[in-house]
Design a protein around this ligand. Structure first.
Ligand code: CP
Ligand code: NVA
Length: 312
């Protein structure tokens, strides 16, 4: 087992506040070294299998580069090759891949399948997005907030849009770190009560759902956005476009947030839908910093999960 003392990275709630800060601290330390090519390759020969059942720009490229920067290499695998759950059971895939590779990153639909894969793999399994959660995204976003605002503690993060995988991972982060998380969405697109109740019992969650977006963003330190129809919800797109019309982040909405507030978006963005060009290209926007930090935070996660030669 690596330094974190945990095998997998599947949900932010699996980690304590101290463990999350260990990841963020290593990320902060490694980032300048990676940028000037002086990072020590601590994981020579290690192989990361990257399994994708959904498309990706950031997750794929940032994970593949991150493992290379540590001295290892990656394999890009789609469902055509493996067919997890239909050609072969997650249990067998986990057992077999553990004989070949040193870690597995997976992006798929069914969160339970990732948990089953992890339960049967002897190597770390990292969640690169499921329909339920997107934990690596939020870790990179927290790194970005710390860089721009000094800390996330005591801040107000307002997620404008669908109560989706990204929003749920924000709730999980808010269970562990002391900040306020607000979701503003149309009625019917909230995060399920059962998820919020479970999170509330598992940490000091400061969460609020507010239907009116203009009310919700008042005094926000971070205004966060994501697409209105996530991957797998394409057939609901027209209906969602109507439901979310009032939730487009424009200059007027940003002016209600704090003067030094950040605009954040996990990307890919649908410009002209959930956000205007003027906001995503404007002075509050840190979206490309977020994209870059995906690589830095994931490198720290890999480095802490996968044992080095000395730790074996
Ligand atoms: N934010 C994010 O996960 O981007 P990709 O879907 O391009 O990986
Ligand atoms: N909620 C989006 C995030 C993409 C990174 C999706 O699941 O498609």
């Amino acid at each position: 087992m690596g330094k974190l003392g945990r095998k997998d990275f599947i949900s932010i709630r699996d980690f304590s506040k101290e463990e999350l800060y260990t990841i963020l601290e290593l990320c902060k330390k490694q980032k300048p070294l990676a940028r000037n090519f002086t990072l020590e390759p601590t994981h020579p020969g290690r192989v990361l299998a990257c399994i994708f059942h959904k498309p990706s720009l950031r997750t794929r490229i940032s994970f593949e580069i991150a493992i290379r920067q540590l001295g290892g290499s990656s394999l890009y695998i789609t469902d055509k090759e493996i067919g997890i759950g239909h050609r072969e059971a997650p249990k067998d895939v986990g057992e077999v891949l553990s004989r070949y590779v040193d870690a597995i990153m997976i992006r798929t639909f069914d969160h339970g399948m990732v948990e089953e894969l992890a339960a049967n793999a002897r190597v770390p399994v990292i969640n690169g997005l499921t329909d339920l959660l997107h934990p690596c995204q939020i870790m990179g976003d927290i790194m970005t907030i710390v860089e721009h605002l000094g800390t996330i503690e005591g801040k107000k993060v307002v997620f404008v849009g669908d109560g989706n995988n990204v929003a749920r991972s924000w709730v999980n982060a808010a269970c562990r770190l002391p900040f306020k998380f607000v979701l503003t969405s149309p009625d019917g697109y909230q995060i399920k009560d059962s998820f919020i109740e479970g999170a509330g019992k598992d940490g000091n969650l400061d969460y609020e759902w507010i239907e009116d977006p203009l009310e919700a963003v008042k005094g926000a330190d971070v205004v966060y956005s994501d697409v209105w129809a996530s991957m797998g919800q394409e057939s609901e797109k027209a209906e969602r476009m109507t439901a979310f019309r009032k939730y487009q982040i424009d200059d007027r909405m940003m002016s209600l947030a704090g003067a030094n507030s950040l605009f954040m978006h996990c990307l890919p963005a649908h410009r002209g839908e959930e956000v205007t060009d003027s906001v995503i290209d404007g002075r509050h926007s840190v979206v490309y910093d977020e994209a870059e930090n995906r690589m830095h935070i994931q490198r720290a996660i890999i480095a802490l999960l996968v044992p080095t030669d000395k730790e074996l």
